[in-house]
Design a protein around this ligand. Sequence first.
Ligand SMILES: [Ca+2]
Ligand SMILES: [Ca+2]
Length: 328
Amino acid sequence: MTIANLITLRRAVRWLLAGAAFVTVLAAAGCAALCPAFGPAMTQAAAQDKTAQDETSQDKISQEKAPSPRPVVVARNDRRGDARREARQVVVPQPPTVEATGPTGAKVEFVASAKDIADRRARVTCSPASGSTFPLGATTVRCTARDASGNRASATFTATVVDTTSPSLTLPADRTLQATSTKGATVVYSASASDSVDGPLTPTCAPASGTLFSVGSTTVTCTARDAHGNERSGSFTITVTPFPQPDLVVSSVSGTSFTITNRGNAAAGLFRVTVQGVGTFTIRGLAAGASVTRTVTCASIQRTITVDSQNQVAESNETNNTARIPPC
Ligand SMILES: [Ca+2]
Ligand SMILES: [Ca+2]
């Protein structure tokens, strides 16, 4: 080999070494555009990496879009508009009707719940709340269920408080009293009524208190009515015994004698007795139940005896004051 050939060979080796180093540098830089010989292999690897990253990202997105294990909620109120989520249903009770226990109404208790396939911890609140005092009449109760995401659903029902309870009536016991005149007695009594809702009531009674009750037994009937038309009636009896009066009668006639008896329940004062064709006797007084006997002379004709002939004594019976003495 000549010197010229050696020089040519060294130049060729130098060029080859320089070219290999250049390719190594380009490969290390990952420059596919400038290194067409290595470009396809590097592009495919990068695509594979990118696909892996995209799949991971897609999985993440899919997980985010998948129905949450604890979503919940009412589709129409769902803020995210996720129609796949199940609507919640608020279950309210049948409309209750409760008897009033006082003027402010009644305590009403009920149970409302939420049906939710995803969020069993959904909380239901109602207004007015169960256990509240509801006023008389109808009240609309609104129950709202909320889930952990803030979604909600609501339903309403009507609770009604009524007053169907009659008032209570307090009446006096049966009573007996004596007449204060021959017409009877003025009777005063007390009757009252009370209603759990309307409070004290004034019953209507007949005959009314303070009126004249005649001698004998009288039934007094009282009725109380509350503001809601509930009534209660009751009765009691007033018995008025006769006004104390004497009752003078000829209780017996025997021969020419006759007996006068006071059959009344009060003493008689002075009175006179007239015997037809004979004259007048004066009796100075006769206690209730007492008797007095007088004798007249015999006569051939029938004679009439009149007790209290001058009507000096007010008697319970003024029509039984005569008798006859037969002839002898
Ligand atoms: Ca009499
Ligand atoms: Ca008389």
